[in-house]
Design a protein around this ligand. Structure first.
Ligand code: ZN
Ligand code: ZN
Length: 212
């Protein structure tokens, strides 16, 4: 079964998640935005073999620690979708603007596309392309565990901002209703910030996408 632990990192309290296969203890880290020492201490404490970095999108609080972590541990960088190339190119400016430590440049080992699969140990997760917050945003769905790691697409009671360059409100709504809702009302999602919720709960009560 897929296991995970979520660790808020950076001044933005971004929900970085360690995900692992409990048969092999092989692990991936989703969105290592920063605080690498905290993340690596958790990896050690849990007894995990960290094998890969998976990115939902390339905002600084999600991707800021990626270059350094990949270099330190020689890890492949999987994702996001190539629509976020301009956000990756802009990481040095993003880190200066928000007072983050300088972000190391990086090139993803593998871009992700809608319908792709990523695997860790004996576990596989499905990739959905969910543009709107950023053009290259992806989410990771574990159907058996009924979990989805959705980055800044959807939050408990809210949705991602769309006022950034190449943000698109209608595209975000379509991503949520056409690509997240079909995962099922009982699926628990781990958002980029704040508490977990279920898609069913958001369909009932989220003021931005409730009733859809
Ligand atoms: Zn974001
Ligand atoms: Zn974020």
């Amino acid at each position: 079964m897929l296991q995970y632990q979520t660790i808020p990192v950076t001044p933005f309290q971004q929900n970085c998640s360690l995900v692992w296969c409990d048969q092999t203890m092989d692990a991936a880290v989703i969105d290592p935005g920063g605080d690498l020492d905290v993340l690596l201490a958790a990896v050690k404490k849990l007894g995990l073999n960290l094998k890969a970095i998976w990115l939902t999108h390339a905002h600084i609080d999600h991707a800021g620690g990626t270059g350094e972590l990949a270099e330190r541990l020689q890890l492949p960088i999987i994702g996001p979708h190539e629509g976020d190339q301009f956000w990756i190119d802009g990481l040095p400016q993003q880190s200066a603007m928000f007072g983050f430590p300088p972000a190391k440049a990086f090139t993803p080992t593998r871009w992700l596309h809608d319908g792709d699969t990523v695997s860790i140990g004996n576990e596989a997760l499905n990739v959905r392309h969910c543009p709107g917050h950023t053009p290259g945003h992806v989410v990771f769905h574990a159907p058996q565990a009924k979990r989805a790691f959705v980055g800044d697409v959807l939050f408990a009671g809210s949705i991602g901002r769309t006022d950034f360059p190449q943000g698109n409100h209608q595209q975000l709504i379509d991503s949520i209703t056409q690509r997240l809702w079909p995962m099922g009302d009982d699926t628990v999602f781990i958002p980029g910030h704040g508490p977990e919720s279920t898609f069913g709960q958001e369909r009932r009560s989220n003021p931005f996408v409730g009733g859809t």
